[in-house]
Design a protein around this ligand. Sequence first.
Ligand SMILES: Nc1nc2c(ncn2[C@@H]2O[C@H](COP(=O)(O)OP(=O)(O)OP(=O)(O)O)[C@@H](O)[C@H]2O)c(=O)[nH]1
Ligand SMILES: [Mg+2]
Length: 431
Amino acid sequence: MHTIFASTNKTISAIKIIRITGSNAKKVPEIFDFKCPKPKSFQLRKLNYQKRLIDNAIVCWLPGPKTVTGEDVFELHVHGSLIIEELIYEALLSEKNFRIAENGEFTKRAFLNGVLDLTQAEAVNDLVNSETKKQLDLANSILEGNLKSKIFDWRESIISIMSTIEVLIDFSDEDIPDNLEISINEKIHYLINEIEKAIKNSKYSISIRSGFIVTITGKTNVGKSSLMNAILKKNASIVTEIPGTTRDIIEQKINVNGFPVYLNDTAGLRKTDSLIEHVGIEKAKKLISQSDIILNLSENDDFNLPFSISKKKLVNVRSKSDLNVNKFKNEDIYVSTKYNIGIENLLKHVSMILKKIQPKESSLLVNKRQVNSLMRALKSLKRIRNLSFEHEAELIAEELRLSLNAVSSVSMVVDFEEILDEIFKNFCIGK
Ligand SMILES: Nc1nc2c(ncn2[C@@H]2O[C@H](COP(=O)(O)OP(=O)(O)OP(=O)(O)O)[C@@H](O)[C@H]2O)c(=O)[nH]1
Ligand SMILES: [Mg+2]
């Protein structure tokens, strides 16, 4: 296997770390002509290449297997100049079996060497890409192994049922004790319940990872685009006094008190003869039906929408409160974008709703791959409910094997190289 290397960034910076991992990492002191420091200690060393001093750098030697990749690792903390990096790369590439790491290859090796399971490997990427506190907490929780241990428990439970079923198959001629069947059924029922809950609650965890959808709606000219701009503190949406200004959806990603949110400005809702505006309104309706929260603006206490929306998702906002000074009967909150009143309050309200809709037992499933695997497991477990212990124990054993495979695939042994490549190709180099 190649020894691979990558640097933390490709720009000029005060310092950058070049990390080298693999069985030949121990050759680094020889390549740069310095004395290898004691393991796990940071030491200052002069790095030389072709009789030229490249840098006076902090180096660290981390022999495997208790390292980030499970292999020998060398770290060079060099000054972040491009020529320093270039010469280090040149020196390393001139060695046999050294090459630049591909995207996610460090984490892939950590997975292949059993340092991380798949859920943790994916969480490394989520951690690097996290932009809000909620995303950070979720990625860290998975990296700490909380999803891994859940998967482990489910696996153990299926394996224990499997071993009982095997006994049943071996003694098929004898009477099956009633309580055995009851206890197996209970265990399967419990598993189905647990996995179903995790899948159902994953809508929330997936949104924490990828963003909740918050959409501004209301009749034309009520101040939707002005609100969008006030929240973003920039002119993203066109504002005019002409009704029907906004047609396309304007989407921007924001951080609402730790929650990642896609905020959308949409076309005002009204009857129109304009084809373009009509298309805009249809787009808006579709997006509203997929939104987690709808900010419904009105200037006259008519908050009715031409479609039904769950009350839990709806926030009725009295807009232009500088002009509409009296409280509306149906309002939840008010804003004036002209005087920047109520914007912070509105955002607090949004994060309060997002907190409120958090399921009691939060799921740690954060992507489709994990959910799809568990759906497969669920299907097999559910099929068992229609099978007879007395006559179809072998079919039950087969369904258990299938569900075990499906549950396991969330966390480990994936026999298809393409799936691994698919997972790691979205990583950045050096991770
Ligand atoms: N006085 C006052 N005027 C406002 C306020 N917010 C928006 N306006 C004005 O209301 C008019 C319409 O504002 P927009 O933000 O374009 O309204 P909209 O709902 O996006 O309109 P459409 O895109 O046409 O549906 C503009 O002239 C704004 O300056 C406010 O808080 N107070
Ligand atoms: Mg608008």
